[in-house]
Design a protein around this ligand. Structure first.
Ligand code: AMP
Length: 286
């Protein structure tokens, strides 16, 4: 496995591989790898000749009060895990390598960022779209693998790739969970044992949403949201940032669920100081 810290070296190697006709799969991450990341790497490994991982905690997608400084860093372990699943290249640049102080160009994706994390973390998706575009210009690849865990991020990246004519296909991979249902996340490392138990309320609420919408055919979102709120607020450490029930394709909220639609139920909840997100996609049959 080759590890590069400079744009020049990584770009040269990818260029050489592309010229020899290799199909390249790319998994961008912020490191602190867990089984969720590894599932993306495994899928990309199976579908491509060359597997590229990036590890870069992108300052541009963090607001000043967020956890950029304390974001977990486990680079040596990340490399061991990446190597074990057959990663060929790791690109791990410094912030200085990625961002010139003179940079003046940023990418914003409209509409898809109006709600959910786009509304609550202003500027976040500008940081995400910009860094993904930069990474793909450095490491042009055939497919980029992203998790449903960050569903809005997936849609934003997919839209950006289409709008800016990137020759890269976005592939969405399912959410990997702990056996008890907690979605895996690098930020779970911040939780103490008690918070970890309370964090299960996200999964419990999403599971309730599925039962209400699919099994009980509840259709008024204000009623569904109320029930989810009660489930989450039973946990003393939980503070709701948002509950979103809306169209999965456009990411707009709805008041009434139509038969035959695809619905996203998404949550952001603080457990103590730690902000966790999770979601479920539901096909509402006719
Ligand atoms: P991050 O390192 O948090 O930026 O995540 C890198 C990629 O891994 C993103 O595409 C995430 O959506 C994906 N990811 C993170 N957690 C999970 C999970 N539990 N299941 C599947 N994909 C995940």
């Amino acid at each position: 496995m080759l590890i590069y810290g400079t744009i020049y070296e990584a770009r040269s190697e990818i260029k050489r591989l592309r010229q020899s006709g290799k199909k390249i799969g790319f998994v961008p991450t912020m490191g602190a790898l867990h089984q969720g990341h590894l599932s993306l790497l495994e899928k990309a490994r199976a579908e491509n000749d060359v597997l590229v991982l990036s590890v870069f905690v992108n300052p541009l997608q963090f607001a000043p009060h967020e956890d950029f400084e304390k974001y977990p860093k486990t680079f040596e372990q990340d490399c061991q895990l990446a190597s074990a699943v057959g990663t060929d290249i790791v690109f791990a640049p410094t912030v200085e390598e990625m961002y010139s102080k003179k940079a003046k160009t940023y990418i914003t994706v409209s509409e898809l960022t109006d709600y959910l994390c786009g509304e609550k973390r202003v500027g976040h998706f500008k940081g995400v779209a910009t860094v993904v575009a930069k990474l793909l210009n450095i490491l042009p690849c055939d497919k980029i693998y992203l998790g449903q865990k960050d569903y809005q991020q997936f849609l934003v990246v997919k839209q950006m790739l289409a709008d800016l004519n990137f020759d890269t296909e976005a592939v969405m991979c399912p959410i990997v969970r702990e056996p008890n249902g907690l979605a895996m996340s690098s930020r779970n490392k911040y939780l103490n044992e008690d918070e970890r138990a309370q964090a299960l309320c996200l999964f419990e609420a999403l599971d309730a949403a599925r039962a209400l919408i699919i099994d009980q055919k509840m259709r008024e979102t204000v009623e569904i949201e109320h029930i989810l709120r009660v489930i989450i607020e039973k946990k003393p450490a939980a503070k709701i940032d948002y509950i979103f029930i809306g169209e999965a394709e456009s990411l707009t909220p709805i008041t009434h669920i139509q038969e035959g639609s695809q619905i996203l139920v998404a949550l952001a909840v603080f457990i103590g100081q730690t902000r966790l997100i999770d979601n479920v996609l539901l096909e509402v049959s006719l």
